[in-house]
Ligand binder design. Structure first.
Ligand code: ATP
Length: 534
């Protein structure tokens, strides 16, 4: 992971936000290569899920043909949206405070191990990355027991690393930044939404929140989209955009950020078919990640147990990836696919429903009135053929663009051997990104900076640039230039050599197989396009 983080900074994939001021935890900027990767990722998702979807065909596994459209909603919305969606009351994590260091941590994210010395057993915690966890726990335990490194053999460290939320008491816990035991408070709820104020007056009714998910913008526009597009159920509405969560312990690079982007679909269907659609979306989204290059060995689909599900849901599954910063055998969520029944549309219509009731009824306040009033708008759908009126059920595939980008970077990062100009094997670092995701599709390299080669290379480059993000590089030994492109994840290097002058051909080098193929200069654009889409 350290090697990947350093490559991301060195080559301009990711920078810490406001780095010159010391950075801000949980906020990340995408550099010149990173921005292209993330834009490609979102564009590929949009193309595959929305604009490229063929609503006339029945896709494999789908119960019927269906339509897809997109939407782009505001980040700030009416405060009532968050009350009816449940985020106002329920969107929280448990946190613990340290009375000594004054720091705050997420209860389920502080890890540690039991350590025994001289008949005393304590629980030593750390926020260190997993590969440094054991050595950090040992260092902290030695310090706590006032021992030197040479006494390390006298303490016994438990073999299992567990999170704080699995302990019954914090009395014997050494907090991540504390010197004494028992400084962590009991866990408390902490709402993850960022509060802000609309307008200059700043009264209580002007308080709203930066959206913690893009989904609610889709629900509140359901009727607008329906009326303006004349679509028939089943159909889906997709949205890509920023979301904000005031995560208590943002960590693991971009995995848990405070500002991130989501790619979400709300799929509206007839209640009788919602089970089949849930299964369809779960499998379709899993297949998308493997098609984009994530190895199926590192991906799992985790179906929630029925006890974890809300009673109105027929299923929820998380697509999870074995991120290298997680302990062996643990996976991190890339995307959740949830069957949400009619909870959201009805809550925005009638008032926030009580998810514990069955059938669901509006949650009432102490005065017997709805705790959070809905819009009062009729969000039911009438089928113009059968004349049936119903509130559609929803299947929600909700993905994170930053987590997906991180997974593709982790998967792509490879150290292998490749021959240099003299045929001698050298180790190389290569970012094996799918060509559709790669920031630069092709680099154009004149073999030498003379004999008319740069002129031809510039002609090829000019043509490519009309279609793809290409890169021109004439500086330094060609082997070094290949290496730079390998690290940037560029799938194809086009080299102009002596033969190019006489027969107007160039070589295309494949980043992964290192195979070189000669193609006509006039066919270059088509060849690259075909390879990207292959
Ligand atoms: P987690 O349990 O990891 O906090 P979640 O279950 O709360 O995630 P959802 O509310 O289902 O996440 O959000 C959908 C997707 O949005 C997640 O699968 C993830 O890809 C992305 N996401 C959520 N929170 C963050 C975050 N803090 N940073 C980056 N991506 C996030």
């Amino acid at each position: 992971m350290d090697a990947l983080v350093s490559l991301c900074k060195r080559r301009g994939f990711l920078f810490q936000s406001s780095e010159i001021y010391g950075g801000v935890q949980g906020l990340w900027d995408y550099g010149p290569l990173g921005v292209e990767l993330k834009r490609n990722l979102k564009e590929v998702w949009w193309q595959d899920m929305i604009t490229g979807h063929n609503e006339l065909a029945t896709l494999a596994g789908a119960p019927s043909p269906y339509e897809m459209v997109g939407l782009d909603c505001t980040i700030l919305m009416h405060p009532q949206v968050w009350k009816c969606s449940g985020h106002y009351d329920l969107f929280h994590d448990y946190m613990v405070d340290c009375r000594e260091s004054k720091k705050r941590y997420r209860h389920d994210q502080v890890r540690g191990r039991f350590v025994e010395y001289n008949e005393q057993k304590i629980f030593v915690t750390t926020l260190a990355e997993i590969e440094h966890e054991l050595e950090e726990i040992q260092r902290r335990a030695l310090k706590f027991f006032k021992l030197r490194a040479k006494n390390a053999g006298e303490i016994s460290i438990g073999s299992e690393s567990i999170t704080l939320d699995r302990l019954d008491s914090h009395d014997e816990v050494l907090g991540p930044d504390a010197k004494s035991l028992g400084t962590l408070t009991e866990p408390r709820e902490f709402n993850l939404m960022f509060k802000t104020t609309l307008g200059a007056l700043g009264g209580a009714e002007d308080t709203t929140f930066l959206r913690p998910e893009t989904a609610q913008g889709i629900f509140v526009n359901f009727k607008n989209v329906l009326d303006s597009s004349r679509m028939r159920v089943p159909f889906g509405i997709g949205q890509v955009g920023k979301s904000f969560r005031n995560e208590i312990t943002p960590r693991n690079f971009t995995f848990r950020s405070r500002e991130f982007e989501q790619m979400e679909i709300e799929f509206f269907c007839h209640p009788d078919q919602s089970h089949d659609w849930y299964r369809y979306w779960r499998d379709r989204r899993m297949a998308w990640y493997t098609a984009m290059g994530l190895s199926s060995d590192s991906l799992i689909m985790r179906e929630h147990e029925s006890a974890e599900l809300a009673h109105y849901s027929v299923g929820t599954a998380d697509i999870e990836y074995a991120f290298p910063f997680l302990p062996e055998g643990e996976y991190g969520e890339l995307e959740g696919i949830a069957h949400r029944g009619d909870f959201d549309l009805r809550s925005h219509m009638e008032g926030k429903l009580d998810p514990a009731t069955n059938p669901m009824t509006v949650q009432l306040g102490e005065d017997g009135k709805p705790k959070y009033r809905g819009s009062g708008k009729d969000l039911a759908y009438r089928d113009d053929i059968t004349n049936e009126k119903f509130i559609p059920h929803v299947v929600e595939p909700s993905a994170g663009a930053d987590r997906a980008a991180l997974a593709f970077l982790c998967e792509g990062y490879t150290e292998d051997q490749a021959p240099d100009e003299k045929g001698k094997m050298q180790s190389r670092t290569v970012m094996k990104l799918h060509p559709r995701l790669a920031p630069i599709k092709a680099a154009v390299l004149p073999l030498v900076k003379k004999d008319g080669m740069p002129e031809i290379a510039q002609e090829v480059y000019g043509e490519l640039k009309k279609h793809f993000n290409a890169f021109y590089d004439a500086k330094g030994a060609v082997g070094r230039r290949y290496r730079r492109q390998d690290e940037a994840g560029t799938p194809y290097c086009i080299t102009v050599d002596g033969d190019s002058l006489s027969d107007r051909t160039v070589t295309i080098r494949d980043r992964d197989s290192l195979e070189q193929t000669r193609v006509k200069i006039d066919d270059c654009v088509d060849e690259i396009r075909q390879r990207i889409l292959a």
